[in-house]
Design a protein around this ligand. Sequence first.
Ligand code: TXA
Ligand code: MG
Length: 328
Amino acid sequence: METQLLEGQKAIELGAKLINSGDVVIFPTETVYGLGADAFNVEAVKKIYLAKGRPSDNPLIVHVSNKDQIRSLVSEISDNAQKLIDAFMPGPITIIMPKQDSIPKEVTGGLNTVGIRMPSHKVARDFIEACKCPIAAPSANVSTHISPTNSKDVYEDMKGRVPLIIEGGDCQVGIESTIVDMTSEVPTVLRPGGITPQMIADVLGTCETFKGEVLVAKAPGMKYKHYAPSCTMVVASTKEAMIKEYDAKQKEGFNPILIVRKSWQDNLDKRRFISVGDTDDEVMHYIFAKMHDAQKVSNYIICQDFGTEGKNASVMNRVNKAAAGVRV
Ligand code: TXA
Ligand code: MG
């Protein structure tokens, strides 16, 4: 299959045409690029799983272009869910609510809940609006690969697997949306993202973070290996440990590279590094894109531990998975 990469109104119109004829289309959002299909077209939804090579019991997020659309997808919006919608939509959040019977089980992986997301990216919203249907979409990467945050990375990973990629520039947030389960007794973050548990607690008074063992696909990215670069990646707790590991691996014949924020960049001598910027927002924005870059020029990635405060915890959720929990 030939994959077109197009931008502007033409791309949106062609994208909507493809969606309405039962095909899949890759589109940009403010978090990562998504691989979309008409959420009510079971055959189209199956093409998502095929294009990603993803196990079909992992549920998909349903994307809307406006808040009125949400009512037709969920059987109930609790007062607290409404507060989150008012506070954070459109934006990098997915809210799990009880689903309407009409949503196919192929979308929700057989669960009786559905994750709803309204992106803030203008191209995403214009595209969904043009489709005139809610769009089921996972991140637009081959299963177990890193989520793409720019059209170059998405094209490299997905070319030949989809007819169209809609260009939308760099994704501003840079990691996937925060997923919050509003069907549990206490609002529970299943996947941290740009909106932190603290920001949710500031609105609702309380918010927990899911830390348990995953038996069903309730907490994303835990049942299957996710977010992994093609080579080994480890996390360094301290700068000293990072340098020691770099030198040791180089002696063993590896071609290591460091992923660091600005504060760790000094005195690295001739060791190769990639910077993910200075502020917490920059680190989140760059982390996936720089992991993509690093795996192309190195066979051993050593990533700094960015800490556990606020958005850094969300970044480390992805980094720790990419490193399969290995620390030096
Ligand atoms: O930012 C994002 O959320 C991106 C963009 C494209 O919107 N999408 C995304 O989708 O990251 P995906 O499929 O890569 O991750 C969604 C995760 C899945 O791992 C799934 O387990 C979880 O959301 N999920 C979806 N519906 C759920 C539900 N009803 N209950 C619990 N988890 C759910
Ligand atoms: Mg994903």
